[in-house]
Design a binder for this molecule. Structure first.
Ligand code: ADP
Length: 507
């Protein structure tokens, strides 16, 4: 980890660019010194599904789309290198690329986090008795989701890959590393702890690659990127003959936690996207979950690691897509708010959106979706309202697991993501949690977090500036009687219990 460098001294008239490399699109976001968004450029890229359960991206398409949006942003805003204080990167996590260090060519498509091809291998490792050691070292449960078994699969299944890796010709990277390597034209092969923590190869207690796990998966150390701080010197990219520093990097969910300025222990954010991701800052101590949450690294600054607890809900905004695409109640997700408000006030419907089983803290992959409490007058409005409410109930369950694990009671929940634009949902969330829900002006917390990490490094912002520049758009205060909230939660839990173990293991 190196001392701060500045190619040009930053000044408030400059901008910071965040590169946000997501699962379906690449974006470049231009922020000014007030942390307001000046412009966004976005390109979608192709998803490949070669077999059931397999999900791939073309790593070159990832890079091309990411570089194109950067170029477009620069051109549209007539930016010169002097206008850009720094570039930050945030990315889809766990997705795995292996490439040749000489040619820069990937040896195989990027294997995406959703890909399940290594599930059987994960079962095998679990049966070999690794679960406890993996949890102790990495904070993770053994799962195909993480990068370790994906790298192993590439080395074992791509012709010549194993030999090339052993002679030191191949490099591995999560998407942050792949973008840095390309931006620096192959000069920098680096990552940082929030991404490295998701590979199942890093010991989160020490912040270093773990020898035992590398041996288990037979992965040569020479393939691995250097682990820097999240706010650090990741090299620069050349543009109009000048150098622009790459100075901040974090995985998408941790970047959102940082973008929401959850800098203190006990602060938490929830992102309401297709799925929902809740992270709580647990400070300099990792907390081991008793409720099936993950321990992970939030970020590392000045060599100091901050840990987090993470819980996810598989079906969040996706339930609203179901209302739109399958039930055809609405043409656009945003119409769900007005429709929910038309529901009969006495409706007691409960929707359990366990379309893909239930995650934390229920963990039942055989649960399936259900609607409870239907009466003759139940209609579109009632089902829509209950579906929106189901997002809030699921978050209630994750948050309670987090509070139980950490012993910390939340004073407010910071929210972001597409679905929380819905005021009905935001108010209901505050009511059910009996805790204020705070929605910031900039809902793009992920990009903002990457920009903050980069801006900090080059002296464009200080930590103090960041807490000051964060603007709240609206705070939703609990308005429901606690006894009513409790009754509704009890009804939700009754419904969850009845939706469990619905399908048989082999169906
Ligand atoms: P992702 O990053 O996962 O693609 P976004 O943060 O862009 O997700 O949010 C999109 C999700 O939010 C979609 O699933 C959509 O159905 C849902 N959504 C968007 N706007 C609303 C709204 N006003 N009310 C409810 N859900 C919404």
């Amino acid at each position: 980890m190196s001392a701060p460098t500045q190619s040009t001294p930053s000044n408030p008239d400059q901008f910071v660019i965040a590169l946000d490399q997501g699962t379906t699109s690449s974006r470049a976001v231009l922020f000014d010194h007030k942390a307001d968004i000046v412009d966004v450029s976005q390109l979608e890229f192709k998803q490949y599904f070669p077999k059931p359960g397999w999900v791939e991206h073309d790593a070159n398409e990832i890079w091309d789309s990411q570089f194109s949006v950067l170029q477009r942003l620069v051109a549209n805003n007539q930016l010169t290198p002097e206008d850009i204080a720094a570039v930050g990167i945030t990315n889809q996590r766990e997705t795995t690329v292996v490439w040749n260090r000489r040619t820069g060519k990937p040896v195989y498509n990027a294997i995406v986090w959703q890909d399940r091809r290594t599930a059987a291998r994960c079962d095998e490792i679990t049966e070999l008795g690794w679960a406890e050691r993996v949890q102790e070292k990495t904070g993770l449960v053994i799962d195909a989701y993480f990068s370790g078994t994906k790298i192993e699969w590439i080395l074992n299944n791509v012709e010549g890959a194993r030999d090339a890796a052993e002679t030191g010709d191949l490099l591995f990277g999560t998407i942050d590393t792949w973008v840095i390597w390309n931006l620096t034209e192959g000069r920098v092969h680096a990552t940082e702890p929030s991404n490295a923590a998701r590979t199942m190869l890093m010991n989160i207690n020490t912040g270093e690659w773990d020898k035992d796990l590398l041996e288990l998966f037979n992965i040569p150390t020479s393939m691995l990127p250097e682990i820097k701080d999240s706010s650090d010197d990741f090299g620069h990219f050349s543009f109009q003959g000048k150098e622009v520093p790459i100075a901040g990097v974090a995985g998408d969910q941790q970047a959102a936690l940082f973008g929401q300025t959850c800098f203190e222990k006990g602060m938490a954010k929830n992102t309401y996207g297709t799925g929902c991701f809740m992270l709580m800052n647990t400070g300099s101590q990792r907390i081991n979950s008793e409720c099936g949450l993950l321990s992970t690294i939030a970020w590392s600054i000045d060599g100091k690691i901050t840990y987090a607890l993470e819980g996810s809900v598989f079906i969040g905004g996706a339930a609203i897509q179901w209302l739109r695409d399958e039930l055809k109640f609405i043409d656009d997700a945003s119409e769900s708010e007005a429709l929910a408000l038309k529901a009969h006030p006495d409706s007691r419907l409960v929707v359990v959106p366990a379309f893909a089983g239930l995650g934390a803290p229920h963990w039942d992959m055989y649960a399936r979706g259900a609607i409870f409490g239907l009466t003759r007058d139940s209609g579109q409005a009632e089902i829509t309202k209950a579906t929106l409410e189901s997002l809030a109930y699921q978050i209630y369950d994750v948050l309670h697991a987090m509070q139980k694990d950490s012993g910390i009671n939340l004073s407010q929940l910071n929210v972001d993501g597409g679905a929380i634009a819905n005021n009905f949902l935001a108010q209901f969330q505050a009511d059910i949690l009996q805790t204020p829900v705070v929605r910031p002006k900039v809902l793009e917390s992920t990009a903002l977090g990457a920009a903050y990490l980069a801006g900090l490094r080059v002296g464009y912002w200080t930590m103090k500036d960041l807490t000051k520049v964060r603007e709240v758009e609206r705070e939703f205060k609990p308005a429901m009687q606690p006894e009513i909230a409790e009754r509704m939660i009890a009804r939700w839990h009754k419904a969850v219990e009845r939706s469990k173990e619905w399908v048989e293991a082999d169906v």
